[in-house]
Design a protein around this ligand. Structure first.
Ligand SMILES: [Fe+2]
Length: 203
């Protein structure tokens, strides 16, 4: 069965942008819960656990009809949170540079235009969901919205950065002020990690 991918920093490492309690609950309760439910569905459907989750999500046709929605919801919940906690790893640069900067400029015109579109899409997404920076099948960068726990991998996209805009990601500190969370969030993204993912996936 799959195990929860541990986060490599302390719960308070992203203060003051995201408080320790929020990270703790988000990772040890929400993230863990998606994993537990996913493992139950995998067991019930005898799925191939030698695969990565990014491969397994494409095997949805092998899941019983009654479990398909739950499978996609919970595997998306695990994959999306894995990426979210990974790209917030402290210690890197919050500046967009090098190959990533070139890719962003090529797709969005400028880094400022990218940030503006990111903030707009994340602040105005209705209900619960995510905004991903992802490579489309032509290896171009796009900002992709996803509702609930949908993963862009199901649609042929390869995500390299993400913001979680479910209320559980920010409500303790920001309450109804999601735009403030979105703006501050960009200060704690580790763009060195995002650049590594970009270089790996753009090939
Ligand atoms: Fe979340």
């Amino acid at each position: 069965m799959y195990e929860l991918k541990k986060i490599s920093y302390n719960f308070d490492a992203l203060e003051p942008v995201i408080d320790a309690k929020t990270i703790e609950i988000h990772h040890t309760k929400h993230h863990q819960n998606y994993l537990n439910k996913l493992n139950d569905i995998i067991k019930k459907n005898n799925l191939d656990v030698s695969k990565s989750l990014e491969e397994l999500i494409l095997d949805v046709d092998q899941v019983n009809d009654a479990d398909k929605v739950g499978f996609l919801f919970n595997i998306g919940g695990v994959i999306n949170h894995d990426l979210y906690f990974e790209i917030l790893k402290p210690g890197g640069s919050n500046e967009i540079s090098g190959s990533l900067k070139e890719g962003i400029e090529s797709s969005f015109g400028s880094v400022d235009a990218f940030i503006e579109e990111f903030a707009q899409k994340a602040s105005t997404l209705m209900g619960s969901g995510w905004v991903f920076l992802a490579l489309n099948p032509n290896k171009e960068l796009e900002l992709v919205r996803a509702n609930n726990q949908e993963s862009p991998i199901s649609h042929g996209f390869d995500p390299i950065m993400v913001i979680d805009v479910w209320e559980h990601a920010y409500y303790l500190k920001y309450q109804n002020l999601r735009p403030d969370y979105v703006t501050n969030f960009l200060d704690i993204v580790n763009f060195d990690v995002v650049k590594e993912l970009y270089d790996e996936k753009v090939k």
